[in-house]
Design a protein around this ligand. Sequence first.
Ligand SMILES: Nc1ncnc2c1ncn2[C@@H]1O[C@H](COP(=O)(O)OP(=O)(O)OP(=O)(O)O)[C@@H](O)[C@H]1O
Ligand SMILES: [Mg+2]
Length: 225
Amino acid sequence: MLKIEEIRKAYKNGEIEVEALKGVSFEVKTGEMVAIMGPSGSGKSTLMHLLGCLDHPTSGKYYLDGNDVSDLKDDQLAEIRNDYIGFVFQQFNLLGRTSILHNVEVPLIYKGIKKKKRQEIARDVLEKVGLGDRMRHFPNEISGGQKQRVAIARALVNQPFLLLADEPTGNLDTKTEEEIMELFHQLHDQGHSIIIVTHERSIAEHAQRIINLVDGKITRDEVVG
Ligand SMILES: Nc1ncnc2c1ncn2[C@@H]1O[C@H](COP(=O)(O)OP(=O)(O)OP(=O)(O)O)[C@@H](O)[C@H]1O
Ligand SMILES: [Mg+2]
């Protein structure tokens, strides 16, 4: 489903260059749930940005659904992103001044889908993440775990090929963290392909496979569970 080969990413700020990824290769199959672990600064978010087509690698190849997306221009990359990728971040990134239903509808507006249909799809996805009774509320009226459910619903609304989550439970307490991981499990059982970044081994063990990243390199790629 996706394959990266010898991916490198260097950030340049004036004279200083930081090589965040130093030749990373792996393959993820359709329906897999993979955790990426590693210390702070090891390149996890950089890798997720590349996998999510938010940025270009400095060198190396990226194949998504058989297409070489390594050298696409920004607008082409944006198109691939809209069609293929759902993103969940640690900060929920919800729009505060609008309802939960509308937050989930937003990606569909960009797709040009009419309001009635949009609301129907958004309602279905919100039911799926257990928020059917909160749709008219605003983000400041719900808990952190519920906010992350909204963010997950928003990521799913375009039926993405791949769901990427960068420390999705980083802002949540242990109990809520378990609930959100349970939701990712359900999504995995329903056939979604998921890559989750985490600092914590206990979270990573929810996946089938753990890729360890240290200082921009893979040190271990293990099958668990
Ligand atoms: N936009 C940027 N410009 C310059 N350097 C960057 C940029 N983004 C990341 N870096 C550097 O690249 C390296 C990897 O950063 P990255 O954010 O990918 O790490 P991470 O594993 O996600 O860390 P954390 O667990 O703290 O989120 C770090 O040394 C970081 O300082
Ligand atoms: Mg990070």
